[in-house]
Design a protein around this ligand. Structure first.
Ligand SMILES: Nc1ncnc2c1ncn2[C@@H]1O[C@H](COP(=O)(O)OP(=O)(O)OP(=O)(O)O)[C@@H](O)[C@H]1O
Ligand SMILES: [Mg+2]
Length: 271
């Protein structure tokens, strides 16, 4: 061993190899880190792409649906409406030539046709997207409740709390479609007799609650979504707003549907 040197050769080799091993380990950890980061970014981009794709798909589906609503509304109003009007005119002209007993039958038929005409006009108005934009979601909602009330199948109570907030027109149509499906489902499935609707505004927030006193839900939400397209579309539309939608059993009976929406501030909307 040489005198005067602070490290022996073995110590230098050990030190050198430790430094190399540490450098190699660092390099491996660094490249693993970079790899993980790239993988994470790739997965993030992929899920972003999928979300964009789903959103676009939904947007085009809703657009097609909106056009379908528009053309059904026009057909109902222009074609079926005109046919019923002509039938009413024919009946009225026939009435003059009939005996009193027959006149009563014709008048009854006339009354029924006029009622059908009124209902048809209400339906045609309620499904037309332009009408929803013109009236706004709140008045369209109340008109829909009135329409249900007229059928005498349900009694309806509604209340509004707080100061209404301005909501973008496109979003108003989406909100109304969710409300419309909720009401359709109540009429179709609930077997109840009363609807309680509440609108509660606060700040830039609105909570819409629609409750029925019917038989309630007898399946899980997943099962409901698989059984028809209505509930599934309601959730898809809520995601588009975005808003929080809950469908749950009522306190004592029936079903409660709650939609909670926060209108973003103007600057955020432009982003
Ligand atoms: N208010 C309610 N009371 C009781 N059951 C309900 C209520 N709303 C929804 N449901 C249940 O949820 C199921 C799914 O509803 P959904 O709207 O998805 O389908 P649908 O009304 O049967 O058909 P559509 O696709 O034409 O809307 C219904 O079949 C019904 O059993
Ligand atoms: Mg439905």
């Amino acid at each position: 061993m040489q005198e005067g040197l602070p490290f022996s050769e073995v110590e230098l080799i050990l030190f050198g190899s430790t430094v190399i091993i540490l450098l190699l380990a660092g390099l491996i950890i660094f490249s693993l880190f970079i790899h993980q980061k790239r993988k994470y970014r790739y997965l993030q981009d992929k899920s972003q792409l999928k979300n964009n794709f789903d959103r676009e798909l939904l947007r085009s589906q809703l657009e097609i649906q909106s056009q379908a609503f528009e053309s059904i509304s026009r057909e109902l109003h222009d074609n079926v409406g005109t046919l019923i009007s002509i039938a009413i005119v024919h009946l009225q002209s026939l009435e003059v030539t009939l005996q009193e007993a027959e006149k009563n039958t014709v008048r009854a038929a006339d009354g029924l046709l006029s009622e059908a005409m009124g209902t048809l006009r209400d339906i045609s108005k309620s499904i037309h997207p332009e009408n929803i934009s013109r009236l706004g979601w709140q008045d369209s909602f109340i008109a829909e409740l009135d329409r249900i009330c007229k059928t005498k199948l349900f009694t309806v109570a509604h209340s509004i709390e707080g100061d209404p907030i301005d909501i973008e027109l496109d979003k108003q149509v989406i909100i109304f479609r969710i409300i419309q499906e909720t009401l359709n489902n109540i009429v179709k499935h609930s077997n109840g007799s009363h609807i309680d609707a509440r609108i509660c505004f606060s700040d830039r927030h609105v909570v819409i609650t629609i409750a029925d006193d019917g038989r309630g839900l007898n399946r899980t939400l997943i099962e409901l979504m698989e059984s028809g397209s209505g509930v599934r579309n309601m959730f898809a539309r809520a995601a588009m707003l975005p808003a929080v939608l809950t469908i749950k059993p009522g306190n004592t009976s029936g079903t409660v549907v709650e939609l909670s929406y926060h209108e973003p501030a103007m600057e955020l909307q432009k982003i």
